[in-house]
Design a protein around this ligand. Structure first.
Ligand SMILES: NC(=O)c1ccc[n+]([C@@H]2O[C@H](COP(=O)([O-])OP(=O)(O)OC[C@H]3O[C@@H](n4cnc5c(N)ncnc54)[C@H](OP(=O)(O)O)[C@@H]3O)[C@@H](O)[C@H]2O)c1
Length: 332
């Protein structure tokens, strides 16, 4: 396992460069399997775990299933102090009678000061912790004054309930504005942004703000100076939920276009040539990028996790990276 230091300019700590996503734990992935995956992750040196306060209502859960399972597991294992726990708020159901949707009307709670102040301690309670290492706004909220959201997260950081704040599913310009607003207020800025990202890119017409963009990578690379505190990028669905490993699995999220199929096939070819798997090459490509990101991986079995863990130490040679980054042939 590899580690890197993350920081918002005020608070710093180390995390494993692979983060384990707990989204399905306690719902789609049963308790026993979830615990086995968590145990194996820790045994392999993993320290960074990602959850949210709405995982996974869409899989028949009540929204706190993952936080609750992590709380039970940490209590039994007595390992909370060895871990860095990230959770998210703002995308739980505003109206519990209505479903969540990624398109309007979304039914998200949003990022008002009231929601941030109410839901953060509630997450800590469900996780059974006295502080949350990383707390993200789960989805940007354009209806709440940005200064109000920044102030609310700033207060939680100042009071020590959370270590580093972050934001997810957001346009780059909003990340920059929020961090500039934090500077104006004299509070620590977002030190994390979490977006979808993988070796497969969405088509330009996709039009949503939840993907990592070249602009975001460029901005993150410019951080880490006294005027511009560090910003780490964590990326979800780096394996396309099995779509990279399985050539028969449909691609989703605006990614199902001809170039993706060429790139996916190339991942498999490269993997065969270097004695790895396509998933491992996809993760190593993210970890070893010019602007490295932290993949948030899902695993529904210990075998899947073991495959992903092997990628933490896989360094792609320059010629392999060049092959992966070469302009793909035009598909007509
Ligand atoms: N910020 C956000 O809005 C957001 C959104 C989504 C996720 N997340 C976070 O990111 C984490 C990871 O998300 P994700 O689950 O979408 O990530 P992912 O790593 O792309 O997908 C993980 C899934 O891929 C499948 N898989 C892995 N290895 C495989 C293999 N060798 N063969 C076939 N299938 C394989 C498994 O699905 P099966 O279950 O089919 O086995 C596994 O559960 C979540 O747990 C959550 O913490 C955040």
């Amino acid at each position: 396992m590899q580690y890197r230091t993350v920081s918002n300019g005020t608070t710093s700590f180390d995390v494993s460069t692979l983060c384990l996503g707990a989204m399905n734990f306690g719902t789609r992935t049963d308790e026993q399997t979830s615990r086995a995956v968590l145990d194996r992750f820790v045994e392999a040196g993993g320290t960074f775990i990602d959850t949210a306060n709405n995982y996974s209502v869409w899989s028949g859960g009540h929204g706190r299933d993952s936080e609750d399972l992590l709380g039970r597991w940490m209590r039994e294992r007595r390992n909370r102090d060895d871990l860095r726990i990230a959770t998210k708020l703002g995308a739980a159901q505003k109206d519990p009678a209505l479903p969540l949707s990624t398109t309007p009307p979304t039914n998200y709670e949003g990022l008002s000061a009231e929601v941030v102040r109410r839901q953060a301690p509630e997450s800590a309670r469900h996780l059974g912790v006295d502080h949350i290492d990383v707390l993200y706004g789960h989805v940007d909220d354009l209806d709440t004054d940005l200064a109000e959201t920044v102030d609310a997260f700033g207060e939680l950081q100042r009071d020590g309930l959370i270590g580093i704040a972050g934001i997810s599913n957001v346009a780059t310009w909003r990340v920059v504005e929020a961090r500039e607003e934090a500077k104006r207020q004299g509070v620590a800025p977002y030190g994390f942004v979490q977006q979808q990202y993988s070796y497969l890119h969405p088509a330009p017409k996709y039009g949503r703000n939840n993907f990592v963009t070249p602009g975001l990578l460029d901005y993150a690379a410019s951080t880490g100076t006294p005027e511009r505190p560090p910003l780490a990028i964590t990326v979800y669905s780096p394996l396309h939920q099995g779509g990279i490993a399985r050539l028969d699995k449909p691609l989703w999220g605006g990614v199902d276009h001809p170039t993706s199929h060429v790139r996916r096939a190339l991942l498999h070819e490269v993997a065969a040539d270097i004695g790895a798997t396509a998933n491992q090459v996809a993760l190593a490509w993210l970890l070893g990028a010019e602007v490295p990101v932290i993949p948030v991986i899902g695993a529904s079995s210990v075998a899947q996790l073991d495959e992903a863990l092997a990628a933490a130490d896989l360094v792609l040679d320059a010629d392999v990276r060049a092959r992966l980054d070469a302009e793909p042939p035009v598909v007509r």
